[in-house]
Design a binder for this molecule. Structure first.
Ligand code: ATP
Ligand code: ZN
Length: 283
C-alpha cells in the first residue's frame, strides 16, 4: 500500500483527484474524511494542509504527496520531485503600490515587505544584495500595504487581478511554480513498485494532454515533405487512398507545435486535416 498526501481543500484538491481519476484511480472521499482508500489501486490518501505535505513526506508519514513547488521550496525538505504535474501554475512575485516608482530590486532597499514566503524572499533579497525587513504573515498578504502594515508584498499571483484590486503592481517574479508529485527518498521495494506503476499512468495522462492525433490526405509527391514535419511516436503511418496518387497520413503532434505544423502541412497540399484528442499515451 502506498500512502499519498493531498491538499484537503483549496486550489490543488480538485486537480489532484482529477489526475488520479484520469489514472483510473477513484478515491472514495464522499464525506471529506481525513483518509480515503482507492477502489482498485493499492493507494491510501491522507488529506492535509498543503504546508504540512513536504514534512509528512519527508518523515514517511506519507510516502508521496502532491504539493506546489512554492511550498516545497519554502519548506526546504529533502524529498524527491518525481513528476511535474502541469496544474496549480502560479508565480511568487514582489508587488508594490502602483504609484511607487520602481526601476529594479535596489528600490526595495529598506522597505518592509509582507509575505508568507519568508525563506524564498530572503534568498531573493540576498542574491540581489538588498536589505529589507520581512514581515511574515500567514494570509491576506495583499491587503498589508493598504492597511499600513508593509510597504510591499511578496505573494503568489496567477492572473494578477487580486493585485490590481488592491492597488498593487507586480514588479519582480522570484519563482515560477506548478504542482509536483514528490516522494520520500527511502521507499521500500514494494512501495517503489507501486510508485513506478502510478508514474506510468501519470506520464500517460500527461503525454496525452500534451499531444494530439492528426490525420490528413495528401498527394504522394508531398509525402517526404510532410513526413519531415511529423515525427510521430516512431514515424507516421501512411495508408494509400482508393484514389491513385494519394495517401492518408496519421501521426502525433505536440500541442505546443500544433498551429505551426498545420500551417506548413497546408503549404504541402495536405487536405481534410483531422485533429483528435488522445485519451492515454504510453511511450
Ligand atoms: P491550505 O489550507 O492547504 O494551507 P492554502 O490557502 O495555503 O491552503 P491555496 O490557496 O489552496 O493554499 O493554494 C494551494 C497552492 O495552489 C499554492 O501553494 C500554489 O502552489 C497553487 N496556486 C496556484 N495559483 C495560485 C494563486 N493564484 N494563488 C495562490 N496559490 C495558487
Ligand atoms: Zn497553505
Amino acid at each position: 500500500m502506498l500512502k499519498i498526501a493531498i491538499q484537503k481543500s483549496g486550489r490543488l484538491y480538485d486537480h489532484s483527484l482529477q489526475l488520479l481519476k484520469e489514472c483510473g484511480i477513484e478515491l472514495n472521499n464522499g464525506n471529506r474524511q481525513l483518509k480515503a482508500f482507492a477502489l482498485d489501486f493499492p493507494l491510501e490518501a491522507y488529506f492535509l494542509r498543503d504546508d504540512d505535505i513536504p514534512q509528512y513526506v519527508f518523515d514517511n508519514v506519507a510516502d508521496i504527496g502532491i504539493v506546489g513547488e512554492n511550498v516545497l521550496l519554502e519548506k526546504n525538505k529533502d524529498v524527491e520531485v518525481v513528476s511535474k504535474l502541469g496544474f496549480g501554475r502560479c508565480r511568487l512575485s514582489i508587488a508594490v503600490p502602483k504609484n511607487m516608482a520602481y526601476s529594479g530590486p535596489k528600490d526595495l532597499q529598506g522597505l518592509k515587505i509582507a509575505t508568507s514566503y519568508a525563506i524564498l524572499l530572503q534568498k531573493y533579497l540576498d542574491e540581489n544584495n538588498v536589505k529589507a525587513e520581512i514581515h511574515e504573515i500567514s494570509g491576506s498578504v495583499e491587503i498589508a500595504p493598504g492597511i499600513g502594515l508593509a510597504d510591499a508584498i511578496c505573494d503568489l499571483v496567477s492572473s494578477g487581478s487580486t493585485l490590481f484590486t488592491n492597488g498593487l503592481k507586480e514588479v519582480e517574479v522570484i519563482l515560477k511554480s506548478e504542482a509536483v508529485l514528490v516522494a520520500n527518498r527511502n521507499l521500500d521495494a514494494e512501495k517503489t513498485k507501486i510508485l513506478d506503476n502510478l508514474l506510468l499512468r501519470v506520464n500517460a495522462v500527461k503525454a496525452a494532454k500534451n499531444n494530439k492525433y492528426i490525420m490528413m490526405n495528401a498527394p504522394n509527391s508531398q509525402l517526404k515533405n510532410i513526413c519531415s514535419l511529423l515525427p510521430g511516436m516512431k514515424s507516421p503511418t501512411i495508408v494509400p487512398l482508393a484514389e491513385t496518387g494519394w495517401s492518408s497520413i496519421q501521426s502525433v503532434v505536440k500541442e505546443s507545435d500544433f498551429w505551426q505544423v498545420i500551417e506548413k502541412l497546408k503549404s504541402f497540399e495536405a487536405e481534410g486535416i483531422l485533429i483528435v484528442p488522445i485519451e492515454k499515451m504510453i511511450l
